[in-house]
Design a protein around this ligand. Sequence first.
Ligand code: NI
Length: 274
Amino acid sequence: MLQFTDTHCHLDYHKFNADREEVIQRANAAGLIRLLVPGLHHKSSQAAVELAEKYPSVYAAVGFHPTDLEEFNPKSFDEVKELAHHPKVVAIGEIGIDYYWVKEKEARAFQREALKQQLAFAKEMHKPVIIHMREENDAWFGEASADLLTILEEWQKSLSGSLAEKPGVLHSFNGTLETAQKALALNFYLGVTGPVTYKNADKKREIIAQLPLTRLLIETDSPFLSPVPVRDKRNEPSFVLHIADKIAEIHSKSPAEIAEITTANAARLFAWGD
Ligand code: NI
């Protein structure tokens, strides 16, 4: 049976309250051997760690999402730092920049400050980061990409050892080929989500066709971003197979090869063994 990994699913989200256990069982039955649940703030990070404790296939990341910074302060950050020592916490995230939901200048500056503090902590912990990035008006390139790349470049250049070689992933990558190449040059991985399956996503598929398979991760971002042909349903980790199928088509490989490559990529980046 093929082995898949979903490196980004928000299983702590309330939309899974009624059937979380079944969702995880369905994922395991579909061949998903590991599910990574990123935190959005201190409470969600705590919930992600609790899920990782309860389910063998679940791992956690901890951090503050750029649109969830209302309660980002020294005390809540300390709570996240404490959680990061848990053996099943494999990354710091999701952290980053979002200029789609946040327009105000001071609030954007605060996002960058929170990102820098969390990157510094990831370096201290020697853990990779899961990066969220969204442009104003969902453009492919703009201030968010420019600011993010500046910050990530400075940080990556300060790293050493294995973290410099695999510093993290740009989750649900939606940028230009140029941005992708800059991220690849900084040794980042790129996450591919459901929108790659959308009818109007030819430009995205053209970009993904030019990216090395050894640097791609498949992510559902459950419960959001449901792929075709289940776009009208709540997204869940077992649907990662539809994303793998589409990447197989784009790269002229078999789904089995995509499963093997992306699961190995995730194991390399998050160092959770085989
Ligand atoms: Ni997410």
